[in-house]
Design a protein. Sequence first.
Length: 304
Amino acid sequence: MTNSLQNEYSKRLNRVFTYIEANLNGDLSLITLSEIAHFSPYHFHRIFKTITGETLNTYVVRKRLEKAAAKLIRPENTSISDIALNCGFNDHAVFGRAFKKRFGMSPTQFSKRYQGTYSKIDQTEHKIDQNKEEIDSYLCKMETLKNWFTMNAKIMIRQIPNMEVAYITCMGPKNLGNVYTELLKWANAKRIFDPENTLVITKYHDSFKFTEPEKVRMSACITIDPKTEVEGHIGKSSIKKSEYLSGTFEIEPKDFDKAWISMYRYLNEQGYQKDDSEPLEILYNDFRKHPENKCHVEMLIPIR
């Protein structure tokens, strides 16, 4: 596949990804999505699987189930039937079977077990209903994490203004560095990257809590002037004005996971409700130039 053809395919699939995420409770049939991508259904099905590693149906069902899982662990008085409908399942029994196949338990069991947990759902440290030793170990880890968070985080509620961004999407964190290199090379060639004013933002379309790392879709973004033109497989989108729980850290790259877990724990403990839009990560420095190889990073969880 030539670069120009690959760029065109990526551009069309970006439209599809955006549409799926905005319409998980709507019509996401092969016919509908192939029309959005301007491909024949047969051609679109092949391209989608080649780029994502999943069939369209597998991808859509996974996204719907992961959205449902995220809602089930929130301390909200929403019925499981309403969650199923909101996530695109018109048949409660079908939802229950699909959910159990994906997560190994019913939606009700899942909600009871995982409300109030903060990292990946399949880690044994969160299965705290087994014995006293595991409970004590879990509580000790959570207390240690809370102390680390208190020492390292600067927390506030702040509003992010409307921002136009140029972006490249990738699957999995191992590919993020490469797409940032490509994005910044493009921006520098166009002379639109200003280290003092351009924000470098990672947008997370999936949660590591529910999604295997290699399937987590992420967008490497930089802020741009709204009039800036993009080309190839570099996309252009908006981050809408919204309110966020903001946590600012100066930490090593290995501590990012710990910081995110702490942020979500704080969110729950303070009674904030997460909005359905994507979390953001703004990197304010190049950690390789820091005397201690630390990142000055702001982690942002949308709230309502």
